[in-house]
Design a protein around this ligand. Structure first.
Ligand code: NAP
Length: 262
């Protein structure tokens, strides 16, 4: 299936590694020009080189910076002639006990995982509605649907974003203009983030990485972690011309972990 988005421009935030990179790869393979961001310039440039090799016919622009800052967002948005596709992504907040979290911890989480994507949506959505095409995908977490007790900052901030988007996506002046806004909710995916968490648990429990990884994967009905390429492919479909009737949805990719019928 051709996705019908060749020649469009996408801003893929936090895309030098992991899920953001998976999304950038899938879009580039469909002929989409991309602006990719991350704080670390070296990994970002390496990813850009990889993307250009995947498809030499697209433009790949890098913007090194922190997407959770106003300057980082302004530079990212300014780097494309127009933004037809926005993939919102950033690092997740740390785990912990809510008794220890200060107001500043909460502000940081809400800023990074709720206000940052909302601000980027605000920057691009009127251009999308005026042109009659727009796709916005917010990378959130399975924790939005099934909260993880130690990830309260993530549960809270991402649920705030999800609630806001649920209303926004359904505004007729947006939905009737072929502009969609959806959430993509990862369960466990084999990225650097998950690998680091598993390595920490292994150290804590005095076990090997392999033991911990195998044990965690066994808790997933699919008996494995997801891959960034699988994630990217689903993201690219949501950005395709075929997905114009899917909006305000939260699509869970978790290998069957969520136990509910709906
Ligand atoms: P990852 O492998 O650690 O990759 C994170 C990427 O985001 C890197 O390119 C990183 O580059 C960039 N980044 C982080 N903070 C940034 C910032 N403030 N500004 C710009 N770029 C930033 O992580 P991942 O697994 O892909 O996770 C992506 C998101 O999905 C996170 O919010 C995570 O919490 C969520 N998630 C992941 C899983 C999973 O199993 N992997 C499950 C549920 C939710 P720099 O560090 O150089 O900036």
């Amino acid at each position: 299936m051709k996705l019908g988005i060749e020649g469009r421009w996408a801003l893929v935030c936090a895309a030098s590694k992991g899920l953001g990179k998976g999304c950038a790869k899938a879009l580039v393979m469909e002929g989409v020009n991309v602006v990719i961001t991350a704080r670390g310039a070296e990994a970002l440039e390496a990813t850009a080189t990889e993307l250009r090799t995947l498809n030499p016919n697209v433009k790949v622009v890098t913007v090194a910076g922190d997407i959770t800052t106003p300057e980082g967002r302004a530079a990212a948005v300014a780097a494309a002639p127009q933004i037809d596709i926005l993939i919102n992504n950033a690092g997740g907040p740390p785990p912990g006990d809510f008794r220890n979290w200060t107001r500043d911890d909460w502000i940081k989480a809400v800023d990074g995982n709720m206000l940052t994507p909302i601000d980027l949506i605000k920057s691009v959505i009127d251009g999308m509605t005026s042109r009659g095409f727009g796709r916005i995908v917010n990378i959130t977490s399975a924790a939005v649907k099934a909260p993880i007790d130690t990830l309260g900052l993530s549960n809270g901030a991402r649920s705030g974003l999800t609630g806001f988007v649920a209303g926004l996506a359904r505004q007729p002046q947006i939905a009737s203009r072929n502009v969609t806004v959806n959430g993509l909710l990862p369960g466990p995916f084999d990225t650097e983030r998950l690998q680091t968490m598993i390595a920490n648990w292994a150290k804590r429990d005095g076990k090997t990485y392999e033991e911990l990884a195998e044990g965690r994967a066994k808790t997933v009905p699919a008996r494995r972690f997801g891959t960034a390429d699988e994630f990217g492919a689903t993201c690219a479909f949501l950005c395709s011309e075929h997905a114009g009737y899917i909006t305000g949805q939260n699509i869970l990719m978790d290998g069957g972990s969520y136990p509910g019928t709906f």
